[in-house]
Design a binder for this molecule. Sequence first.
Ligand code: FES
Length: 359
Amino acid sequence: MSVRRLADDAVQPKSFAFSRENAAWAKKRIALYPKGRQQSAVIPLLMRVQDQEGWISRAAIEKVASMLDMPTIRVLEVATFYTQFQLQPVGTRAHVQVCGTTPCMLRGAEELRAVCKKKIHEQPHQTNADGTMSWEEVECMGACVNAPMVAIGHDTYEDLTPERLEEILDAFERGEGDSVPTGPQNGRNHSAPVTGQTTLLEVPERKLEAPARSMPAASAAKAGNAAKGARPGSKVIGGGTGRKSGAAAAKPEAGALFVRPEGEPDDLKMISGVGPVLEGKLNALGVTRFEQVAAFSREDIEALDDALSFKGRIDRDEWLKQAAALAIGPDEYFKVFGKKAKVNKPAAKKNAGRTSSGE
Ligand code: FES
């Protein structure tokens, strides 16, 4: 292990303070430990510092030591021992941790490292010219089956190619990191075999009940056609996508591909892979509801691929499957994907009201 030292004085801030929210969190966290054992909160507090600032400064170490009533040297020992703690300033938009252990190395980690060198900085632990990005090589992060991979913040991006990593870094550089789907980047389901699932092939009947809000008549008329695009084993909820062709009554607005459903739009950003920009484009094309996305036909997907110029992304990010789950509610999303749906304020508040029974 290399020697880990605090950053040069030139970059050390004069003071550190937790934000109001984090200070309240720290207070609660410290109270979890029995009297006299508050020092056990040192690692959680240092992690919170890092989540807030991106790295651990000397001032932050002193602050944590005073909060826990422990000698500064003891906190310094912890911060310098665990490599999860960054001791230098990191990129303000992304700090990329490239796994360089054997499975990832055999599957292309060196090419990923070359991408970081090219796009961020020749040396690890150095920020790019704008201070927005930085990178380092780390040891195994436990996602070897989906090698090669990187971690950015608390998320991992797996089954990477150099090209895909470049796209991801560009998205973070633009400040659109939230729109990048986490996990496998090659369409595989979690750590299922890359050549396709070989077990548990029968899809259990999943009962999806229609949400309380009704779809417009034109969308309902398209339901049969749109259902062809729904995921296997799922039932299309509420109606079709409302594309123009074959719709009996309503017509899409000028410039739109789909008949915009009546009522309040869903927060489409909850679909992993959809950010604010993409949501705006989808809304302009008449797509505002999870039920619409869940019922996309192949024809709809191709039309959207053309309109949005991102071939294959709807399939790769499993929009239909995500939307079908989100139409029921966050609980269903968690059941299907094993992780929480994205939360965006304030629209997520509305969707969070849905339950697995579709209420
Ligand atoms: S070797 Fe890279 S995640 Fe394990």
